[in-house]
Design a protein around this ligand. Structure first.
Ligand code: SAH
Length: 417
């Protein structure tokens, strides 16, 4: 049908208008007329005139994935669509249709949303999608019905997964951590867990921030145990999400003991610890044929913990020391190491906010540490001390943010980490 010149009457009875003429004035008129009538309008390649954006679509049967940049970068959306196209084969559409056919039966069998979700998680992780992928749709249907009939597994008791969230960069999460975050009903997270990582967790999980203040450790730790146990006993899949690795200065051991005593099922998913990440992102090899044959993960955050360390051993050269929570005690660390014979010229690097956007690397020699202590260091920060620290700059790769210049005589007191 030829409509000739645009006239307002063309909009009669429509609810969506796409203006795609090559005449800007006409497009403008169409947009204005649509706006007057409160009809949704999209003007091709003109974000300002469009009330709606049309997303790039990936379609597999009844399943659709829409990608939109809100008009900001349509080419980027198209690029992502190509990637998603290659990720999803046609069996995903068959799977959507299979679920649709059995939707009522599934709802009747699992009126409780949490149980239904678990059942879906199990089916999705099981044989049904595999059978569809190999084009055995009948067998897939039988397997699905079978899974509906044998449902006792879904009533599994609650559990806790102790997950290492890594140092901040979400790219450093393990696949198992990601899966646990996707399946969690309740997530108890520390203050060291980055917002970027939390954003990857299931949206409708209950998030509980158990970030604790340094001087209220003991009480908070008991509360954390109680919270984990309480939620798991109610049948929830709890994720206890910790910065770095749960077993490196993470009190993971104590939490597992509490779970064990309460007979709660648990699993541990390791994470990338701060020493690994900070070293990598600052270009410091933790061991090196010529400079360091061993690595020690140490904490000396208070006088008492410092007293328990074997400083004579720590003071030996050709080893790398990674001090966690050490920034409040830099002076103490320097004094004890030098007193036990470590050279005052031993290089160090302090990595603040390792692997995060605002990462800062401060380098110097052991002798300078008290000066650094008076600089405005922000939490979290890790001290790497040893000959390898001198390589910080030379090994910094292009993907790594360059170390920022630091004013080491800043007056802000350092934070107790
Ligand atoms: N379980 C954690 C450590 C917890 S102790 C892990 O395996 O990494 C907390 C200390 O870890 C902080 O005081 C700091 O010294 C270090 N830390 C954790 N994340 C860090 C980061 N992104 N950058 C620098 N140091 C970090």
């Amino acid at each position: 049908m030829s409509l000739g010149e645009f006239a307002d009457a063309h909009l009669d009875g429509t609810w969506l208008v796409v203006a795609a003429t090559n005449d800007t004035a006409t497009n403008r008129r169409i947009a204005a007329a649509a706006e007057m009538r409160r009809i949704f309008v999209n003007v091709v390649d003109d974000v300002a005139l469009s009330a709606v954006q049309l997303p790039a679509l990936v379609q597999r049967g009844r399943l659709q994935v829409a990608i939109s940049s809100g008009g900001a970068a349509p080419m980027l959306a198209r690029h992502l669509r190509a990637q998603i196209e290659s990720m999803l084969d046609s069996s995903v559409g068959d799977l959507a249709e299979l679920f649709e056919r059995h939707r009522d039966a599934i709802r009747v069998r699992w009126p409780d949303l949490r149980q239904r979700r678990r059942w879906f998680d199990r089916v999705l992780a099981g044989i049904v999608p595999q059978l569809l992928r190999s084009q055995q749709s009948q067998a897939a249907e039988i397997a699905l019905c079978d899974a509906l009939a044998h449902a006792d597994v879904v009533d599994a008791p609650g559990s806790v997964v102790l997950v290492g969230a890594g140092p901040g960069d979400a790219g450093l999460l393990t696949l198992r951590a990601l899966r646990a975050l996707n399946e969690a009903d309740v997530i108890l997270h520390d203050r060291l867990v980055s917002a970027e990582v939390l954003a990857l967790a299931r949206r409708d999980a209950t998030f509980i921030d158990v970030g604790k203040q340094a001087d209220h450790h003991r009480v908070a730790q008991d509360d954390i145990h109680a919270l984990m146990i309480e939620h798991a006993r109610r049948g929830a899949r709890v994720v206890r999400l910790k910065g770095g690795d749960p077993f490196v200065f993470g009190r993971g051991g104590e939490e597992l003991e509490a779970l064990h005593a309460a007979s709660i099922r648990f699993e541990v998913v390791p994470g990338i610890t701060a020493a690994n990440a900070c070293a990598a992102y600052a270009g410091i090899p933790l061991t090196h044929r010529d400079h360091a044959q061993s690595l020690r993960l140490v904490t000396a955050h208070c006088e008492q913990s410092a007293d328990r360390l074997d400083w004579a051993w720590l003071a030996q050269d050709r080893q790398t020391l990674a001090f966690y929570m050490g920034v409040a005690g830099l002076e103490r660390i320097r004094d004890r190491l030098i007193a036990h014979g470590r050279a005052a010229s031993t290089p160090f690097a302090i990595i603040e906010n390792g692997s995060r956007r605002d990462q800062r690397v401060i380098t110097g020699t052991l002798d300078d540490l008290p000066v650094i202590a008076r600089a405005s260091l922000r939490s979290p920060a890790l001290l790497i001390l040893g000959e390898v620290a001198a390589l910080a700059q030379s090994c910094t790769g292009s993907a790594v943010p360059p170390p920022a210049a630091v004013d080491v005589v800043a007056t802000t007191p350092s934070l107790p980490l």
